[in-house]
Design a protein around this ligand. Structure first.
Ligand SMILES: CC(=O)N[C@H]1[C@@H](OP(=O)(O)OP(=O)(O)OC[C@H]2O[C@@H](n3ccc(=O)[nH]c3=O)[C@H](O)[C@@H]2O)O[C@H](CO)[C@@H](O)[C@@H]1O
Ligand SMILES: C=C(OP(=O)(O)O)C(=O)O
Length: 451
């Protein structure tokens, strides 16, 4: 742990330009989808993050040849020789990411069996996989949970089914999509998640030859096909990373242009950002004309001076305010005048990181009640899932230990906004979802160093 520490000299506004590439929460799934094709696939703008390494490792273990393409960030996947891998080899990746659960359908289609290691991901609630397992069983999979991981077979193949999600889970929706596309017959999924990353995954599957209809009211219908080809795809940019840098600009009273950020995927965040008192400008996103270098677009975020305003917000499924935007934004809310209220309705335990902010001088109280909005699933279950943030607070330096990905980035923002020198331990965790965050911090003029 001692060499996994970043020394942050706070108090300098972040200023400059950085670029975001393909979304962590799409790219990893796009990589899994390559298993479904009988031809190579090509994915652009793949960020160098830990989750991508984990999925690449798992694909390679299963015989997919992964190679670099011509462009920086381009990967080519050849699934011609998909084969079984040993449980020991697969278990090397146990606990490292949530994506392995999405290998179930594709491996069952390609091999007739699958082994899934224990999942990782952020510790922000119990994160059960009951919807995944129920759906897979309905498709015809036999699921056997053992102490070493999960074994699956499909003795009579996978067949289309009707399934209604108790909650619009992103992962379970992707599980159904990745299984239904090659299943025999029609699948109807009700109460599906419709996050932009899911729509982009549907675009990829459609490019491969899938027939997927997105109806109104969260209903998705998939008509299974006998084979899928490869795809060529440029993924949607990472809207969580973009919002994280926006929050960092606001908390440090700085100005950051996030090249690649897409307005359409961030509308809800932009509304809140403006309500708090942040300013932004969507920069030119027109595609370059043939023969001209063109201008890469993005969104410029800045603190316009004066005081920030408290807001009340509630995290929700798309098109609501993303839960993954919550932690970075709360740091900026510690600087807003008045009482801000944040009601976390997606995860039971995503407010633990506020203790560290309080240690730095913030005043944040967490409550078990559903504050400021509609009662949610957690209100009667005794989870501290609402926060009241009193501001503005003068943040001071502290020694911090990063608990998870987004909380980790929020600790970093707090240290940058605070006066004095903080030591942030466990920063390598941030590499799971933020490409070259240290390089980007330096590009934005942050004073950070490895001891
Ligand atoms: C790799 C990835 O894309 N991660 C994202 C994905 O996570 P992930 O796909 O894991 O999140 P889900 O949308 O599935 O989870 C939402 C809620 O549903 C619950 N649930 C989910 C599945 C299940 O079988 N049973 C169940 O009860 C979860 O505990 C949680 O309370 O969507 C989340 C919600 O936008 C984001 O925060 C994560 O960044
Ligand atoms: C919760 C997150 O990711 P994961 O599902 O990979 O843990 C996140 O990206 O904020």
């Amino acid at each position: 742990m001692t060499d996994d520490v970043l020394v942050v000299h706070g108090g300098t506004p972040l200023s400059g330009q950085i670029r975001v590439r393909g979304a962590k929460n799409l790219v990893s799934k796009a990589m899994v989808a390559t298993l479904l094709g009988d031809e190579p696939s090509r994915l652009f703008d793949v960020p160098r993050i830990r989750d991508v390494e984990v999925v690449r490792g798992l694909l390679e273990l299963h015989g997919v040849k992964v190679s670099d393409g011509v462009e920086d960030g381009e990967l080519v996947f050849d699934p011609a020789n998909v084969e079984s891998a040993s449980t020991d080899e697969i278990n090397v990746h146990a606990g490292s990411s949530r994506i392995p659960i999405l290998f179930c359908g594709p491996l069952l289609h390609r091999l007739g069996h699958a082994f899934i290691p224990d999942l990782g991901g952020c510790h922000i609630g119990p994160r059960p996989i009951d919807f995944h397992i129920q759906a897979l069983r309905q498709f015809g999979a036999v699921v056997d949970k053992t102490p070493e991981g999960m074994h699956l077979t499909a003795p009579t193949g996978l067949h289309g089914t009707k399934f209604e999600l108790p909650y619009p889970s992103v992962g379970a929706t992707e599980q159904v999509l990745l299984t239904a596309v090659l299943a025999e017959g029609v699948t109807e999924l009700r109460n599906a998640a419709v996050e932009p990353e899911i729509i982009d995954l549907i675009c990829i599957l459609q490019k491969m030859g899938a027939i997927i209809k997105v109806h109104t009211d969260r209903v998705i219908e998939v008509q299974g096909v006998a084979r899928l080809s490869g795809y060529t795809h440029r993924p949607i940019p990472d809207r969580i990373e973009a919002a994280s840098w926006a929050a960092a600009a606001l908390a440090t009273r700085g100005r950051v242009e996030v090249l690649g950020a897409e307005q359409a995927d961030m509308m809800t965040f932009l509304n809140v950002f403006r309500s708090v008192g942040g300013a932004y400008e969507v920069t030119d996103t027109r595609p370059p004309r043939v023969g001209s270098p063109g201008q890469e677009g993005g969104i410029r975020f800045w603190h316009p001076g004066g005081e920030l305003r408290a807001v009340a917000l509630e995290t929700d499924v798309h098109p609501g305010f993303m839960t993954d935007w919550q932690q970075p934004l709360v740091v900026a809310l510690t600087q807003a005048r008045g009482l801000s209220i944040v009601h976390e309705t997606v995860y039971e335990q995503r407010l633990g990181y506020t203790e560290a902010l309080n240690k730095m001088g913030a005043t944040i109280q967490v409550y078990r009640d559903c504050l400021g909005g509609t009662p949610c699933r957690f209100g009667r279950r005794n989870f501290k899932h609402s926060a009241v943030i009193a501001g503005p607070a003068k943040l001071h330096a502290a020694d911090l230990v990063i608990p998870d990905l987004r909380a980790g980035f929020s600790h970093l923002i707090a240290a940058l906004a605070a006066e004095g020198t903080s030591r942030v331990y466990g920063v390598d965790l941030i590499n799971r979802g933020y490409e070259d965050f240290e390089g980007k911090l330096s590009a934005l003029g942050a004073h950070v160093e490895r001891p």
